[in-house]
Design a protein around this ligand. Structure first.
Ligand code: LLP
Length: 425
């Protein structure tokens, strides 16, 4: 079976390779654990969105804002910007990052429930496209900050349509019980309040219901409710210029699974908004980067046990937190398969002192110490959620472009990790 990410990731003579570069070569040159991305895969993923949008009349005025939280490496942001993407940010830090990566600030939307005054000021000075406001209190704060700076803040309200996205509870955001957005039944009153605030300019409606959605129908259900709100706003002479439909389109994490196409997700939504003269904004993260990256790691020890066998690898939960946090599945495959050798079932674990430190459980592998493994689908929420727990320097990041290897983040050194700490006299 082809690995996830084919044809950009494929098995050739030297085992698994990314575009034209064998992973064995990357491990030899740069060590492990290392995140490895394919430039062509990144480009193809964004292009899929651009194609579907450009082929639909309702997509004529549209903007794909990459959700920076999913992968914030400067080189990746820069490639997205060069390919025409905007950005969905959730902090002043992410704003600084996208500007450093060459983003056009007029293509940046700012989401998040806790924007500070200084983050608001920073974004107003930069001249971003829109603030996605998540509460009544935030409307008032933003109005005050914009007033002090002599500016008008462009806003959408992030509405919470109360639909069940049928995904992991930690990553579903559109339910009534979530901290995100404002309940859609309160939105009308809040828009009317916003319209009275002199330093706000109402631009759109925003909605994000969750992440890793494999069934597109909740998106349609949410949009239906958003369009009812839009009609009510227009009836009250509150014009709306854009709809931000958020991110959330899922990817496959198992090679044998199918995943919805961008077309099957977007076309029904575009049909629903057609003829309304709206700009369409999307905020995909995972779908653009998830299957364009993998985590390359080496087996340190095999540890046979009574009830379980363990393959101890040099990557851990601090490098890729998703399995520990969400019990998420990532395919784990041998970089150089050992033909004819029997498979053994292992828990693939890291060296961190936590029982939750596994990258995969009950995996049939034929490996020996020193072998390389690839943890697939690690391009989104992998490096971005990594930490230095157990004083582990974070992995290097490599971007492969055809037969070229680019180091896009150096491996951290231990001294970097305590450089900001101080002894007391
Ligand atoms: N827009 C907003 C407002 C969001 O909160 C998110 C993700 C996105 C866009 C991008 O969603 P995506 O297209 O990537 O699904 N750490 C979790 C995922 C958390 C998602 C949080 N919000 C994971 O590893 O599965």
């Amino acid at each position: 079976m082809n690995p996830i990410g084919a044809p950009f990731f494929s098995f050739q003579q030297d085992g698994l390779q990314v575009e034209s570069i064998p992973l064995t070569q990357i491990a030899r040159q740069f060590g492990t654990p290392t995140y490895v991305y394919s430039r062509a895969a990144l480009a193809a993923n964004l292009d899929e969105f651009h194609q579907v949008l450009s082929q639909h009349p309702a997509g004529a005025d549209s903007l794909v804002c990459f959700a920076v939280k999913s992968n914030s490496n400067l080189a990746i942001l820069n490639l997205m910007a060069r390919q025409g993407a905007g950005f969905d940010i959730v902090s002043g830090g992410e704003l600084q990052r996208v500007l450093a990566a060459g983003a056009d600030p007029t293509k940046v939307v700012f989401s998040g429930v806790g924007k500070t005054e200084s983050e608001m000021a920073q974004a107003l000075e930069a001249g971003i496209l829109c603030f996605n406001v998540e509460s009544a209190a935030e409307l008032d704060r933003l109005n005050a900050v914009a007033g002090r700076l002599g500016k008008q803040a462009p806003i959408s309200l992030r509405v919470n349509p109360d639909v069940d996205p049928k995904t992991h509870p930690y990553i579903s955001t559109g339910l009534k019980t979530a901290k995100f957005g404002v309940p859609i039944e309160n939105a009308l009153a809040l828009y009317e309040h916003a319209a009275t605030l002199p330093h706000l300019k109402i631009e759109g409606i925003d909605c994000h219901i969750g992440s890793q959605l494999l069934d597109p129908s909740p998106f349609e259900e949410a949009l239906e409710r958003v369009l009812q709100l839009l009609d009510a706003l227009q009836a009250r002479n509150i014009p709306i210029h854009h709809l931000d439909l958020g991110g959330g389109l899922g990817i496959r994490y198992r090679a044998e699974d199918a995943q919805p196409t961008v077309e099957s997700y977007l076309t029904p939504l575009l049909n629903m908004v057609q003829g309304r003269g709206l700009k369409i904004i999307l905020e995909p993260g995972r779908r653009l980067v998830g299957n364009a990256g993998l985590l390359l790691t080496q087996v340190e020890f095999l540890k046979p046990g009574e009830g379980k066998n363990f393959a101890v690898i040099d990557a851990a939960m601090n490098d890729l937190m998703r399995p520990a946090l969400y019990e998420a599945w990532h395919d784990i495959i041998e970089v150089t398969p050992r033909a004819g050798q029997a498979q053994v079932v292992y828990d693939v674990v890291g060296p961190v002192c936590e029982t939750g430190d596994f990258l995969g459980q009950d995996r049939a592998l034929s490996v020996q110490a020193g072998d390389l493994l690839a943890v697939m689908s690690a391009g989104a929420y992998g490096m971005a959620m990594s930490s230095n727990y157990n004083t582990r320097p974070r992995a290097a990041e490599i971007l492969v472009d055809g037969d070229q290897i680019h180091v896009i983040r150096d491996r951290e050194k231990v001294a970097d990790l305590y450089a900001l700490e101080h002894l007391i006299p």
